[in-house]
Design a protein around this ligand. Structure first.
Ligand SMILES: CC(=O)CC(=O)SCCNC(=O)CCNC(=O)[C@H](O)C(C)(C)COP(=O)(O)OP(=O)(O)OC[C@H]1O[C@@H](n2cnc3c(N)ncnc32)[C@H](O)[C@@H]1OP(=O)(O)O
Ligand SMILES: NC(=O)C1=CN([C@@H]2O[C@H](COP(=O)(O)OP(=O)(O)OC[C@H]3O[C@@H](n4cnc5c(N)ncnc54)[C@H](OP(=O)(O)O)[C@@H]3O)[C@@H](O)[C@H]2O)C=CC1
Length: 283
């Protein structure tokens, strides 16, 4: 199936980036959010990144104009009624996501593929609330979306080969690399990444070293572009905690228990960069 029209749901840090890369690659994109304010914020972020690309000579003014012309915003989910593909990037909450998928199942054309950008929620369970489970799949972009090459493509137990093939080809058109994984807690990316971040939080909790020192060790010693605590702040500490809880519950193994300090920060509203404070303070 050829994908031409796409809806991205949720204009937060991931949704805006996903909408940008689709529009840049020539797809017709509708960016949806419940709040008009979030749409305007998302659009402003996209415009800023496109202008930066022009300044850096990575695209010219005509490419920027074409990208913006490929993009429209809407608060109405009903506008997904002519889309070939929908990518959901709303908050990491199963109730919210299943409600969105049930509505999309009613609204979108029969051939449409429904994808989720979830970091950790089971695609199999999301697929099961629709009447087209074989056309439901995980399309997990990495943050920041315009920069990172990976799309982790997660097959639910019900996902058809045809759906997987379409999504892998679409990822290629975005100039990304698709990696196929099966639907188990945390998939592959967060199964490996999050325990490392959680362990770094334990090291702070136990007084092994200050956050700056732990990040410096991983940057200079292991060539990571960001230390694990800076990365946790960048992802969002609420998202990190949520993923650890999914791993802990999903495997029933105490090795995935979230660090109490991570939970305390989230309860305090210290969610990282997006709230102005996490392991570091942001202005
Ligand atoms: C939680 C999940 O489910 C899955 C996940 O996403 S896990 C998180 C995965 N992501 C990572 O691990 C990111 C690790 N960090 C990095 O790779 C890098 O630090 C980084 C690419 C984010 C920034 O790179 P840097 O060299 O430290 O900083 P900086 O020089 O400011 O940025 C490099 C380029 O990226 C671009 N960039 C940075 N942040 C950006 C953003 N949010 N959106 C778009 N472009 C961005 C910058 O424009 C810059 O390019 P130019 O200077 O040429 O314009
Ligand atoms: N942060 C990261 O590094 C990564 C996150 N992800 C995943 O991507 C998804 C989004 O995360 P992120 O972008 O960080 O979150 P954000 O909180 O930045 O964005 C979520 C957006 O979705 C909107 N929203 C909430 N409910 C609905 C709804 N029913 N319909 C339409 N829009 C809605 C929110 O609006 P409002 O603010 O008005 O409530 C907000 O604008 C999550 O599933 C997350 O796990 C995946 C990879 C990396």
């Amino acid at each position: 199936m050829a994908v031409e029209k796409v809806m991205v749901i949720g204009a937060g840090q991931m949704g805006a980036g996903i909408a940008q890369v689709f529009a840049q690659s020539g797809f017709q994109v509708k960016l949806n959010d419940i709040a008009e304010e979030s749409l305007q914020k998302g659009l402003a972020t996209i415009e800023k990144h496109l202008s930066r690309n022009v300044e850096k000579g990575r695209m010219d003014e005509a490419d920027k104009t074409n990208t913006l012309n490929n993009l429209e915003t809407t608060t109405s989910l009903n506008e997904a009624n002519d889309c070939d593909l929908v990518i959901e990037a709303v908050v990491e909450n199963m109730d919210v996501k299943t409600k969105v998928f049930q509505q999309l199942d009613q609204i979108t054309p029969k051939h449409a593929i429904l994808a989720s950008n979830t970091s950790s929620l089971p695609i199999t369970d999301i697929a099961a609330v629709t009447e087209r489970p074989e056309q439901v799949i995980g399309m997990h972009f990495m943050n920041p979306v315009p920069v990172m090459k990976l799309v982790e493509v997660i097959r639910a137990i019900q996902t058809s080969d045809e759906t997987y093939q379409t999504i892998a080809e679409t990822a290629e058109k975005l100039n990304k690399t698709a990696v196929e994984v099966n639907d188990y807690p945390g998939f592959a990316a967060n199964r490996v990444l999050m325990p490392m971040i959680n362990e770094a939080v334990y090291a702070v909790f136990e007084g092994v070293a200050e956050p700056e020192a732990i990040d410096e060790v991983m940057k200079l010693g292991m060539n990571h572009p960001m230390g694990p605590l800076q990365l946790a702040d960048f992802i969002g500490l609420d998202t990190c905690l949520y993923i650890m809880e999914v791993l802990h519950e999903g495997f029933g193994d105490s090795k995935y228990r979230p660090c109490p300090l991570l939970r305390k920060y989230v309860n305090a509203g210290w969610l990282g960069k997006k709230s102005g404070r996490g392991f570091y303070v942001y202005e």
